[in-house]
Design a protein around this ligand. Structure first.
Ligand code: FES
Ligand code: FES
Length: 167
């Protein structure tokens, strides 16, 4: 397809790029913005490793055509990390909780898991374990570390609400 200019907000900064509007958002992020924290797995919406936030909602970026992000807000794992650094932490509290709870094994699913967790905590600061499980149900972990992942998300919820105002 013919390239077109696509303008959107990426990790809280306005960006403009000339790209094929049919290219997936995942490919756009990785190949044109070098944001390789968002991983590529199945490429058809089954695994969740490509999860980013689009206007605050967790989406599979492999299924979103680049042209559809015109005028919208995209947040990737790099943007979340930057938010943590800006506030004087080493990383974002959700990332820190994954580290503290040992919720990372090979780490391939981790960026997508963290973005789904962050989307959940924005909407529901006090999620139940069931709500956590539901929120990450589209994120597959081949290392089967779901127990630690669930604990990490509940821990992150606590950390964020305890430091309310800071986050
Ligand atoms: S790569 Fe997008 S859901 Fe698997
Ligand atoms: S930590 Fe390896 S796939 Fe989840």
């Amino acid at each position: 397809m013919k390239e077109q200019v696509i303008s959107f907000e990426l990790n809280r900064e306005k960006v403009e790029i000339c790209a094929d509007p049919a290219l997936s958002l995942l490919r756009l992020l990785r190949s044109r913005f070098n944001l390789i924290g968002t991983k590529e797995g199945c490429g058809r919406g089954d695994c969740g490793v490509c999860t980013v936030l689009l206007d605050g909602r967790a989406v599979n970026s492999c299924l979103i055509p680049a042209g559809k992000v015109e005028g919208r807000k995209v947040l990737t794992i790099e943007g979340l990390t930057r938010e943590g650094l800006k506030k004087g932490a080493k990383v974002h509290p959700v990332q820190q909780a994954f580290i503290d709870k040992g919720a990372i094994q090979c780490g391939f699913c981790t960026p997508g898991m963290i973005m789904s967790a962050y989307a959940l905590l924005r909407d529901k600061p006090f999620p139940s374990p069931e709500e956590v499980r539901e929120a990450i149900s589209g994120n597959l972990c081949r290392c089967s570390g779901y127990k630690q992942i669930e604990e990490a998300i509940l821990e992150a919820a606590k950390a964020i609400t305890e430091q309310e105002g800071k986050w």
